[in-house]
Design a protein around this ligand. Structure first.
Ligand code: ADP
Ligand code: MG
Length: 238
């Protein structure tokens, strides 16, 4: 579903990603783990074309990412950010129906029907007519996930979706993500939630200084990290 071949990204003189090659199969859940500044967000942003690769190739569902295919690739990838990015002036339901109506030409009634289903999936059926500022962080993030799913992506990219949440709200968001993973969604998740990574991910990608330092199963990563860098990272976070 995603092929990344020798991806290198520079911001000016700063080389942020170096020769990343990896592949994500349909239905896989890949957790991207690594220290702050290691290039995790940039990696995700390159996959959906929010950042342009300096070198290398990104192929999403057999489409090579170029300027020409950017819109097509975007349509296949949903992205959820740390800070929700909901439209504050729109009710929850309108947040969810906005893109399908405006970019895909879905009829309002159909979009609303789908939005209600999605709200049910994320456990927020009663919030359709609420404005974002009346929601808790966990609720906002669940709306953001529903909004992303409304575009019917093939792949969901998550960039630290629980990092901005109060601790008691982390679980409700992780539970929605877990449910999505079990439904067969292809997911790439940047996270500091080691429990989630261990339990839900099929594969761990450990990044350090812009390079893939370990790529392995959760069991191997958490129990027998091979590199000193992964060992010292795990000592700090576990
Ligand atoms: P992480 O998500 O792992 O914390 P990032 O991908 O956000 O890491 O950042 C990796 C490096 O790239 C950092 O040194 C950061 O300062 C730099 N960087 C990220 N985005 C930009 C940008 N738009 N312009 C310049 N430098 C950037
Ligand atoms: Mg980041």
């Amino acid at each position: 579903m995603i092929n990344v071949n020798n991806l290198t990204k520079q911001f000016g003189d700063n080389q942020v990603l170096t020769n990343i090659t990896t592949e994500v199969k349909k239905g896989d859940v890949v957790a991207v783990i690594g220290p702050s500044g290691s290039g995790k967000s940039t990696f995700l942003r390159c996959i959906n074309g929010l950042e342009e690769a300096t070198k290398g190739e990104i192929i999403v569902d057999d489409i090579t990412l170029t300027e020409k295919t950017l819109a097509q690739v975007r349509e296949k990838t949903g992205m959820v950010f740390q800070h929700f990015h909901l439209f504050p002036h729109l009710k929850v339901i309108d947040n969810i129906t906005f893109a399908p109506i405006e970019t895909k030409g879905v009829k309002k009634a159909d979009a609303e029907k789908q939005a209600k289903k999605l709200l049910e999936t994320v456990g927020l059926s009663d919030k359709a007519n609420t404005y974002p500022n009346q929601l808790s962080g966990g609720q906002k993030q669940r709306v953001a996930i529903a909004r992303s799913l409304a575009m019917e992506p093939e792949i969901m990219l998550f960039d630290e979706p629980t990092s901005a949440l109060d601790p008691e709200m982390v679980k409700e968001v992780l539970d929605v993500m877990k449910q999505l993973a079990h439904s067969g969604m292809t997911m790439v998740v940047v996270t500091h939630e080691m429990g989630f990574a261990r339990e839900v991910a099929d594969r761990i990608l450990f990044l350090d200084e812009g390079a893939v330092v370990e790529e392995t199963t959760p069991h191997a990563f958490f129990h027998h990290p091979e590199t000193e860098r992964a060992q010292s990272f795990l000592e700090k976070v576990l």
